[in-house]
Design a protein around this ligand. Sequence first.
Ligand SMILES: Nc1ncnc2c1ncn2[C@@H]1O[C@H](COP(=O)(O)OP(=O)(O)O)[C@@H](O)[C@H]1O
Ligand SMILES: CC(C)(COP(=O)(O)O)[C@@H](O)C(=O)NCCC(=O)O
Ligand SMILES: [K+]
Length: 238
Amino acid sequence: MKVLMVDEGNSRAKFVVYQNNQYEPLPSWQICCEQHSSFDKILIASVKSEAESIANEIKAFYPNCLIEVLTTPKQAYGLTNAYIEYQRLGIDRWLAMLGARTITNHACVVVDAGTAVTIDVVDASGQHLGGYILPNVEFSANKLAERSGKITLNHPTHPEISLGQSTEACVFNGLYASHISLIKQVVEQQGIVSGKKQPVELLLTGGNSDVYHNLLVNSAVASRVESLLVFIGIQCYL
Ligand SMILES: Nc1ncnc2c1ncn2[C@@H]1O[C@H](COP(=O)(O)OP(=O)(O)O)[C@@H](O)[C@H]1O
Ligand SMILES: CC(C)(COP(=O)(O)O)[C@@H](O)C(=O)NCCC(=O)O
Ligand SMILES: [K+]
């Protein structure tokens, strides 16, 4: 069975061809159209509005393929959504957690570092305990610069957690430090349940996961980058 899996975030859509238990990421939608005339199934996860989603283009280009647009459930595949209004939890977050459950039986903290940085916690039984949503560093920094007179961001800085000695470093380092501190605190909190130590896996995904991984390494926090986490989650729906 040849399946096209699509993860459409707010910044970009990612495409993976799943066949014979192998994930093959495609560089773009254009390459997908050029190289593949059909699929046995297309599974789409999108956080965009229906009107703006690439799902419309996909349906138009592959009119004879079986296409499913995934929605967030209350409970499925051994995972239970913490939201009361369960449909409001982003499908990418749901799928990343499902992916995490496929990879580990331990409690886990899932960080998806994209347009937003989401932090979600799943306990060892598969109960989602909730999460955090942060605007990403780039966005927060630019918004701050836009709203203030003297904060100008003239040059890029190397992401690190140390006291800044320029406006740029103060702004960027400050944002990264706050994100990393929060992640660290969430992991530490989950590491103790009812007074007992328990193993916790910290899984990172999303376009900026390598940046977070490096900062966590420097902060002595163990983590693991799983670039295909959302797609591993989508695999449950096959
Ligand atoms: N090849 C790439 N194309 C676009 N953005 C990238 C790429 N590699 C890393 N990034 C970073 O990833 C971020 C987007 O992450 P991603 O997880 O794709 O977001 P979203 O799911 O919101 O679309 C961008 O802000 C950018 O900093
Ligand atoms: C939080 C998100 C914006 C993250 O999107 P992304 O960074 O992948 O573009 C997305 O999961 C979303 O739109 N969620 C709906 C709100 C929620 O999860 O509560
Ligand atoms: K995200």
